[in-house]
Design a protein around this ligand. Structure first.
Ligand code: ADP
Length: 258
């Protein structure tokens, strides 16, 4: 593997030639691949025991475990929250490793956008209810079906919706709209939350990027939007954001109409 760089040779303001610098980056490339494989293996290995902790917790909860005082109940709740978080992180790392090795396996199907919307809204209902946030849906019956990888697309929408909930105040509203633009459908999630400082807007889809100091909730990994971008672009769609600090944000992505 070579990295190619071209430098102009300038004499008195005129370009008199070009120098091509080739750097052998084979070792770096291999190191990078090794790292990605390592991440994939580790996250995969972690997923099973974490899932089983989660199952045991669920069993404990269902059995109503006799006498548990409020302090113990709180501790169980904390374990449950942290386990959910760990599962999310390992899931994101696995997705990331998949993306980095160029192995985004797409599984296309045709579906009405309402199916994607309803599923995603259902998935974030719990966290939205906790903050008494209303999600207004505008996705008319008359829209055509889309051609998409349904799991990945739903994952993206859940991510945008949960970010909107995370970065909005209690009792606010989120608008989820699906519109047709020529041969594409645009899904958009608009919130009236804290918005994003214009200085950081162009970096929001970078891996591990989090707006400095912005987190009401500091538990994010900064990976969600980076993976969302890979998932949407792999399907031939576009993803973007408009935002005004202090007023809110609108994230949107497009998918092909059948
Ligand atoms: P995270 O796991 O940190 O939420 P994301 O990739 O989903 O990672 O988002 C990256 C960063 O973009 C977040 O840390 C946050 O600073 C900012 N962000 C994302 N969505 C919103 C939103 N709806 N409103 C304000 N800021 C947002």
């Amino acid at each position: 593997f070579f990295n190619k760089e071209t430098v102009d040779v300038v004499n008195d303001g005129t370009t008199i030639g070009k120098v091509i610098i080739l750097k052998n980056i084979t070792e770096f490339q291999q190191l990078d691949e090794a790292k990605t494989n390592f991440i994939a293996t580790i996250s995969h290995e972690l997923k099973t025991p974490i899932s089983s902790i989660k199952m045991s917790l669920k069993l404990l909860e269902d059995a109503r475990i006799g006498d548990v005082n409020s302090e113990q109940r709180q501790l169980l709740q904390n374990i449950d929250d942290d386990t959910r978080r760990l599962l999310q992180i390992t899931g994101e790392l696995l997705d990331l490793a998949q993306v980095e090795t160029g192995k985004i396996n797409l599984n296309f199907g045709n579906t009405h956008p309402q199916n994607i919307v309803n599923y995603a809204v259902q998935a974030v209902k719990f966290i939205a209810d906790q903050k008494q946030i209303t999600i207004k849906i505008n996705c008319p019956d008359s829209l055509p079906d889309v051609q998409a990888d349904l799991d990945k697309t739903t994952w993206v929408l859940i991510n945008l919706l949960s970010n909107a909930v995370k970065y909005s105040a209690s009792k606010s509203t989120i608008e989820l709209t699906v519109k047709r633009h020529k041969d594409m459908l645009e899904f958009s999630v608009k919130d009236y939350g804290q918005g994003i400082d214009a200085r950081y807007l162009s970096r929001i889809f970078e891996r591990y990027f989090k707006v400095p100091g912005a987190g009401l909730d500091k538990t994010g990994t900064g990976l969600g939007l980076a993976i969302a971008k890979d998932f949407i672009e792999a399907q031939g769609g576009k993803i973007g954001v408009e935002s005004q600090e202090g007023e809110g944000s609108r994230f949107f992505y497009t998918l092909k109409v059948v």
